[in-house]
Design a protein around this ligand. Structure first.
Ligand code: FA5
Length: 333
C-alpha cells in the first residue's frame, strides 16, 4: 500500500472522528483509536515508514510526522472547545424560578382621588386644578372671610414668611380647596359644575384624624335652579358610590362664611360618626366678589376630607399611616 495514500486516508478518518466527537468521552475514544500508543492506527502507519526504500524514507517520514502533528492539533483544539462552558442559548434552565422585580404602586390617597374624579365625572362634574400657594383674596377675601376673622390668624395658617403676591399681599399654603371655587368663577360664566382635588395645609394638632397636610375634594355647582336638595342628593349618591349602599350620611347645621345655609357632613363608622366635610349654598357675597349677580344665580359647594373617606373604606384607624411611608402598609392598597 502506498504509504502517502494510507496517511491521507488515516488523516481524513481521524479528523472526521474528532470533529464528530460530541463530548469528552467520545473524543478520548477517538484519541485511543487514532493516536493511542498501544494498538492505535498510528503504530501501523509508522511501520510503513520503515518498509519504504531508503531514498524516499526521509520524505515519507516527514509526511508521517506532518499528519501526526495535524491530527494531534485537531484533537487538542476539539478538547479545548468541549471543555468550554456551553453557549448561553443552550445553558438556560427554564425550570428555575424567575427573578421577581418589584414595581411601584399608586399611593392610596392618589388611588382615592382618581376614583373620586371618576365618580364625580359620572355625575357630570369636571375636574379642575388650582395652585397650592395662594393669596389672601382666593383663600379668604372672596370667600367672605373678613380681615378680623379668626380663620385668618397666622397661627392657624402656613403663611410664607417673605413671599408676596403680585398685588403685594402675603402668600400662604392654601388651607382649603374652596380657593378653586373662586378661581373657577373668576374665569367662567355659569352654569358651572366642577370638582377640584388636592392638598391643603393647616397647622392643626396632629392626631388619628388630623394631619397638617391633607387632601380635600371641592365641589361647586352654579346655575339658575340649584338647590340644597340637589346638594344633599349629590353627596348621598357620592358616598354610596364610593362606600356602598349601606353607608349612612347625616347633615348637621353649621357655619361657613362662604355658604348660607351651611352644613357639616358626617358618616357613620361602626357606632361613631366621623366628620367628612362641609357644604352649603354659596353665599351671595361670594357671588358678588367674582362679579356674578346673586339675584340670577344660585349654587352649592362642598369640601370633603379625602383621607377620611379612604380610612372609612379600608378601615384605617389612624391618618398618620398614610404619611409614614411604611411599605408594609402601602402595599395593602
Ligand atoms: C372646609 O375646609 C370648607 N372649605 C369646606 C366647605 C367647602 C364648606 C365648600 C362649604 C362649602 P372644614 O375645615 O370643616 O371645611 O374641612 C372639611 C373637611 O376636611 C373635614 O370635614 C375633614 O374631613 C377634613 N379635614 C379638616 N381638617 C383636617 C385635618 N387636619 N386632617 C385631615 N382632614 C381634615
Amino acid at each position: 500500500m502506498d504509504p502517502i495514500q494510507a496517511f491521507s486516508e488515516y488523516e481524513r478518518e481521524a479528523l472526521e472522528a474528532i470533529e464528530n466527537a460530541g463530548d469528552e468521552q467520545s473524543l478520548e475514544q477517538s484519541r485511543i483509536t487514532f493516536l493511542g500508543k498501544k494498538g492505535g492506527r498510528l503504530k501501523d502507519l509508522q511501520k510503513l515508514v520503515g518498509q519504504v526504500a531508503a531514498e524516499v524514507r526521509r520524505e515519507v517520514g516527514k509526511a508521517f510526522n506532518d499528519v501526526k502533528t495535524r491530527v494531534n492539533e485537531a484533537l487538542e483544539a476539539r478538547k479545548a472547545l468541549l471543555a468550554k462552558p456551553k453557549a448561553t442559548a443552550t445553558a438556560i434552565d427554564v425550570t428555575l424560578p424567575g427573578t421577581p422585580f418589584s414595581t411601584g404602586g399608586l399611593h392610596p390617597v392618589t388611588q382615592t382621588m382618581r376614583e373620586f374624579k371618576d365618580i364625580m365625572g359620572r355625575f357630570g362634574f369636571t375636574a379642575v386644578e388650582g395652585p397650592e400657594i395662594e393669596d389672601e383674596r382666593h383663600n379668604f377675601v372672596a370667600l367672605n372671610i373678613p380681615e378680623a376673622h379668626p380663620a385668618r390668624d397666622p397661627l392657624d395658617n402656613f403663611y410664607l414668611a417673605t413671599a408676596r403676591s403680585w398685588a403685594g399681599g402675603p402668600l400662604l399654603l392654601r388651607s382649603q380647596t374652596s380657593t378653586v371655587q373662586i378661581r373657577e368663577m373668576e374665569k367662567t360664566k355659569p352654569p358651572i359644575r366642577i370638582v377640584s382635588l388636592g392638598r391643603v395645609y393647616r397647622p392643626d394638632t396632629i392626631d388619628a384624624t388630623h394631619s397638617c397636610m391633607f387632601h380635600q375634594m371641592e365641589g361647586l355647582m352654579v346655575g339658575e335652579d340649584v338647590t340644597m336638595a340637589q346638594l344633599k342628593t349629590v353627596l348621598h349618591l357620592f358616598a354610596k358610590a364610593y362606600l356602598g349602599e349601606e353607608v349612612t350620611v347625616r347633615f348637621r347645621p353649621s357655619f361657613f362664611p362662604f355658604t348660607e345655609p351651611s352644613v357639616e357632613v358626617d358618616m357613620l363608622w361602626g357606632d361613631d360618626w366621623i366628620e367628612v366635610g362641609g357644604a352649603g349654598m354659596v353665599d351671595p357675597n361670594v357671588f358678588k366678589a367674582v362679579g356674578y349677580d346673586p339675584e340670577e344665580v344660585q349654587g352649592f359647594a362642598f369640601g370633603l376630607g379625602i383621607e377620611r373617606f379612604c380610612m372609612r373604606r379600608h378601615e384605617v384607624t389612624d391618618i398618620r399611616r398614610f404619611y409614614e411611608n411604611d411599605v408594609r402598609f402601602l402595599r395593602q392598597f
